[in-house]
Write a protein that binds this ligand. Structure first.
Ligand SMILES: Cc1cc2nc3c(=O)[nH]c(=O)nc-3n(C[C@H](O)[C@H](O)[C@H](O)COP(=O)(O)OP(=O)(O)OC[C@H]3O[C@@H](n4cnc5c(N)ncnc54)[C@H](O)[C@@H]3O)c2cc1C
Length: 423
């Protein structure tokens, strides 16, 4: 059952007075946004990343104590019980200020959002306030080595044993799993029905025996990506989310929340902040590279700014349309597609502005080093959170109503689907 975050009837404070109160608190209590501490795929020593995680926990607690955490989350789950419009006002006032990024994506969205939609009362009361207090960081155990885009093809199995389930398998590409607390995990509970009908969703603590987390080194040296091996992990049935074998219903909504991300009413994130690994603005990079007056650099700065402005307007339009029921929830894929393409283009723009130094930077090169790093990692914007190709599929099939992609395994019991020896 989804929570109606636009229910203005329950609102005690109007958006503008809330905005004024939020602005005063933010200016008096938060420091400037520091991209170097934000969650991302950064190549930093493990101690530095752990210090950033600890700082995020404190920061989230500070926001919670001030009464600004979970603005559109119902009060019974530790939130403020306000609306998406209040959350947006807070995010606008937060522009330029620090934010506990690790408690937003994927903790609040999609994980908390999925719990709100499908969790039991006990699950919501146990976990959502803990997330809001900065005590639980959540990750998505969705992708698998055998194929991330084919989410319904999950091979991780969950076998019922009395009041428990026993999970075995492997998940991969989980950002930050090595320092996170809980996971939302998709597993196969029935091999004798077609793939979409034999899945279930579970929640589980990451730091437990049977969950083996390996860090993966990426192109830029970052080791935040992880692969997890699950060996006889026991999960109580009370930690199942949604009905047995009906995980696809949960996952469809999970994907919707994942595509909404920074535009979700549950996410506190500075409005207009560039969402790539390199957060120095194109103008900052041009200044550092000494080309601020160069006409070509100025054109590129203009193009990047246009992408930002158009992106913000598009996201607001999509979110507003979905909230009002004017467009389908599947339209979130349009935002996801735009974010991917614009993020990749912005990373390329920054690299072009920075010039040759971006190809061989040193750590004290400021924005120039970020431009080089961002260029190396630019394709992540089109892959993470589902690829842009998959977003195009969703837009074509579910928003525009074009014919469905051919799926040869759609009506075949999953046990009989050929899998190239991966099982
Ligand atoms: C920055 C980042 C963060 C991530 N964080 C997480 C995380 O926290 N948790 C998690 O579970 N996963 C995470 N992922 C994994 C991500 O969701 C997967 O990489 C993604 O779903 C693609 O899966 P894949 O890599 O297996 O590619 P594949 O599914 O093998 O796809 C390969 C290529 O084929 C295309 N393709 C595949 N099927 C189709 C189709 N039917 N139609 C058109 N094109 C198709 C894909 O778009 C892609 O270009 C993250 C990835 C990145 C880059």
């Amino acid at each position: 059952m989804s929570v109606d975050v636009s229910d203005v009837a329950a609102v005690a404070e109007d958006v503008e007075s809330f905005r004024t109160r939020a602005r005063e608190w933010i200016r008096g209590n938060l420091g400037p946004f520091r991209p170097e501490t934000a969650m991302g795929l950064r190549s930093v020593p493990a101690e530095e990343e752990l210090a950033a995680v600890a700082y995020d926990r404190q920061l989230q607690r500070k926001v919670y104590d001030a009464g600004f955490a979970g603005i559109a989350i119902p009060r019974e789950y530790g939130g403020q019980g306000l609306t998406a419009a209040h959350q947006r006002a807070f995010n606008e006032e937060l522009a330029g200020y620090e934010c506990a990024t690790r408690f937003q994506i994927p903790t609040m969205c999609p994980c908390a959002a999925v719990l709100l939609d499908f969790g039991t009362e006990e699950q919501k009361i146990r976990h959502i306030p803990a997330m809001l207090r900065g005590e639980e960081i959540w990750m998505q155990f969705l992708s698998e080595p055998s194929g991330g885009s084919d989410v319904a093809g999950a091979l991780t199995s969950a076998v019922r044993d009395g009041d428990e389930w026993v999970l075995n398998g492997s998940k991969v590409w989980t950002t930050g799993a090595w320092w996170s607390d809980w996971a939302l995990c998709l597993a196969r509970t029935n091999w004798d029905v077609p793939k979409h009908r034999g899945l279930s969703v579970f929640i589980l603590p990451i730091k437990q025996s049977g969950v083996d987390v390996h860090q993966i080194e990426m192109l830029n040296g970052a080791k935040d990506f992880c692969q997890e091996f699950l060996t006889d992990v026991r999960v109580p049935d009370t930690d199942r989310v949604g009905a047995v074998d009906d995980g696809w219903t949960v996952v469809t909504r999970w994907m919707f929340h994942e595509r909404t991300l920074f535009n979700s009413p549950y996410v506190t994130y500075p409005q207009g902040q560039v969402h790539t690994v390199a957060d120095a603005s194109p103008a900052d990079i041009a200044r550092d590279a000494g080309v601020l007056d160069d006409p070509r650099a100025r054109d590129l700065i203009g193009e990047a700014r246009t992408l930002d402005v158009v992106g913000d307007a598009l996201m607001q339009r999509i979110a507003g349309g979905m909230r009002a029921g004017r467009i389908s929830d599947q339209s979130a894929a349009i935002g996801r597609l735009y974010r991917g393409i614009a993020g990749t283009r912005t990373a390329t723009i920054k690299f072009d502005i920075a010039g040759p130094d971006a190809a061989a930077w040193s750590d004290d090169d400021g924005g120039i080093s970020q431009a080089g790093n961002g260029f190396l990692m630019r394709q992540t914007a089109c892959i993470g959170g589902g690829t842009t190709e998959m977003a195009r599929n969703v837009i074509s099939e579910r928003v525009l109503g074009f014919p469905r992609e051919q799926l040869p395994d759609r009506n075949v019991p999953f046990r009989e689907v050929p899998r190239g020896g991966s099982r």
